[in-house]
Write a protein that binds this ligand. Structure first.
Ligand code: 4NP
Length: 154
């Protein structure tokens, strides 16, 4: 089993979206028995909360469910997951400071995005930001799945 954890700041917008999109793509490709997905936040402001309504509604319009509840990323998570995927460079740095070695920037798996790209935080912006997050998550998660298929030969 390959275990993935998507990480943003609050774990209510970007990382639950990436988690939901990845679950959706994994089901489409019939890989649910090979890959397990979770998400977490580097911050603890929203622990226990479901995904932001704006994220959940935008995802639903594309046939994607966001089932996660917010939790804070723990140092012990580095041992539980094979890939820890930061949604932006600030969370990437926070994860590196926690001592992680399996940390990647999610959009680095999107062959069409420049190296070092972040998924911008949509929390304080308008509806359009949530669509951008979905577009970027779909592109990067497709790329990540292609990478995993190559690395792990499925
Ligand atoms: P996320 O968005 O990191 O994509 O879940 C945020 C949600 C809440 C806050 C910041 C970012 N906040 O400061 O409360």
């Amino acid at each position: 089993m390959i275990r993935l954890c998507f990480v943003c700041l609050g774990n209510i917008c970007r990382s639950p979206t990436a988690e939901g999109v990845m679950i959706h793509l994994i089901r489409q490709r019939g890989l649910s028995d090979r890959i397990e997905v979770d998400s977490a936040g580097t911050g603890g402001y929203h622990i226990g909360e479901p995904a932001d309504q704006r994220s959940a509604q935008a995802a639903r319009r594309r046939g994607v469910d966001l089932p996660s509840r917010a939790r804070q990323f723990q140092r012990a998570d580095f041992a539980r997951f094979d890939y820890v995927l930061a949604m932006d460079t600030s969370n990437l740095e926070a994860l590196k400071r926690l001592g992680g070695e399996k940390v990647h920037l999610l959009r680095d798996f999107d062959p069409a995005s420049p190296q070092g790209s972040s998924v911008p935080d949509p929390y304080y912006g308008g509806e359009r930001g949530f669509e951008v997050v979905l577009d970027q998550c779909f592109a990067a998660c497709q790329g990540l799945l292609d990478h995993l298929a190559q690395q792990h030969r499925f």
